[in-house]
Write a protein that binds this ligand. Structure first.
Ligand code: 5AD
Ligand code: SF4
Length: 442
């Protein structure tokens, strides 16, 4: 038997890319590849890229340059670019960086083995189609390798919302939901392989409307309730949601479904109605706040998380103040914040831009407030009893780390705990980035 070839994948950006990288590795498994953790001994290097902000795309080019030495030493090494940069600038990548042998977009990566075979004949291979066949179907028969306790599962992809700053509708394409039975089948398979917690992924996951076994479209709430019945699956999460798609059934599920975790990532981007309108967000600060009230009425202890953009074109100091006010009103447990980054081809790229130093200064103020809230939410866990799903050994002897229901990292020193175990833990201390606790008797 010939020795397996080695595939090194580096993943940038969002959780969906993490999921896609896993699937690309499985697709290449069928072509005789095994994964390696280092580019140095790889037969193929694949960068799974992110195009959401300018810096993310630039990183790809600098990373590619670094592989020149490897490629000179081993001309057989194939280098590929996948993901959203590949989708947006595939041809440009091929022109700008001759080291690249193949380019594959996020909707065609099931064709990776054919592209690799073509590249092996010395030709350049590029596929950024939005094919009619379903990439998920082609990848159904997966190897049954053991998995860790947590996994991502893509249920919805693409976006029809066209926020004025965002490239996603162009790189990931139109909204698409996978059928319910396929999702359940994949969830069962993951559970068989050791998974206890599944995070359902979609760029607009709560707009999910996959075909149900009864032929009707099922909502995300319906899907959550179907997953609730999968034996051995202990926890369900989903991300990322749009405020306008948060329907009553999904809100109610946060109160009624014990497996659905009390953490919700619900980006608002800005607290200024003027800016929200220019962003084409089709909700207001007020409607967002009312929505959060409803969610908290269903699940009072839910931890809210958000995304914010500062320095969107034409943002004034008053607009920015409105964002700070909204943050004060919501009180976030977790948040991601960014300086607006001009993306060619999106409507906002053409408008009056805010100075870079103004953006930097606003980002600092915003992050100071968010960090305070985050800190307070974490510290407030001390003395509480929470569920923790343990994932791996910690740095100290006998230490295990996992995530709480609220997604805080928690460590305990307890030699009886194994990865994959879900335990009740009393939180005793709040550290810089994690909580410490002790396991309670079952
Ligand atoms: N500039 C800055 N941040 C952006 N995001 C999306 N597009 C841009 C952009 N052009 C942020 C949004 C989104 C998150 C995934 O990335 O906050 O929710
Ligand atoms: Fe981008 Fe807006 Fe769609 Fe989210 S909802 S992926 S921010 S266009």
């Amino acid at each position: 038997m010939s020795e397996a070839k080695k595939l090194y994948i580096k993943t940038y950006g969002c959780q969906m890319n993490v999921y896609d990288s896993e699937r690309m590795a499985e697709a290449m498994g069928g072509a005789g590849y095994v994964k390696t953790d280092s580019p140095d001994d790889a037969d193929m290097i694949l960068l799974n890229t992110c195009h959401i902000r300018e810096k993310a795309a630039e990183k790809v080019y600098s990373e590619l340059g670094r592989f020149k030495g490897l490629k000179d030493a081993r001309p057989d090494l194939k280098i590929g670019v996948a993901g959203c940069v590949a989708q947006a600038e595939g041809e440009e990548i091929m022109r700008r960086q001759p080291l690249v042998d193949l380019v594959v977009g996020p909707q065609s990566y099931h064709r990776l083995p054919e592209l690799e075979a073509k590249a092996r004949t010395g030709k350049k291979a590029l596929d950024t189609d939005f094919p009619l066949e379903d990439k998920f179907d082609t990848l159904r028969h997966r190897p049954k390798a053991k998995r860790g306790p947590t996994a991502f599962l893509t249920v919805q992809e693409g976006c029809d919302k066209f926020c004025a700053f965002c490239v996603v509708p162009y790189t990931r394409g139109a909204e698409f939901s996978r059928p319910v039975d396929r999702v359940i089948e994949e969830a069962r398979d993951l559970v068989d392989r050791g998974v206890r917690e599944i995070t359902l992924l979609g760029q607009n996951v709560n707009a999910y409307h996959g075909q149900g076994p009864d032929g009707r479209d099922w909502s995300l709430a319906d899907l959550v309730w179907a997953l609730d019945e999968v034996d051995g699956l202990e926890r369900i999460r989903f991300t990322t949601s749009h405020p306008n798609d948060m329907d009553d059934a999904l809100i109610a599920a946060h109160g009624d479904c014990a497996k659905l975790m009390p953490y919700l990532h619900l980006p608002v981007q800005s607290g200024s109605d003027r800016i929200l309108k220019r962003m084409n967000r089709s909700h207001t600060a007020e409607s967002y706040l009312r929505l959060i009230e409803k969610i908290r009425a269903a699940r009072p202890d839910i931890l809210m998380s958000g995304d914010f953009i500062v320095g969107f074109p034409e943002e004034t100091e008053q607009d920015f103040q409105d964002t700070l006010d909204l943050i004060e009103a919501v009180n976030y447990g977790y948040a991601f914040s960014f300086k607006y980054s001009t993306r060619p081809g999106t409507p906002a790229a053409e408008r009056d831009q805010v100075d870079e130093d103004v953006k930097s200064e606003r980002l600092q103020r915003l992050q100071a407030l968010l960090t305070r809230q985050q800190r307070a939410a974490q510290d407030a866990m001390v003395g509480r009893e929470v569920g923790v799903l343990f994932e791996k050994a910690g740095r100290l002897p006998g230490q295990m780390v996992g995530k709480s229901d609220y997604l805080h990292a928690v460590h305990v020193t307890d030699p009886t705990i194994e990865p994959g175990q879900l335990a009740r833990v009393e939180i005793v201390e709040s550290g810089s980035n994690s909580l410490a606790g002790r396991c309670l008797p079952r």
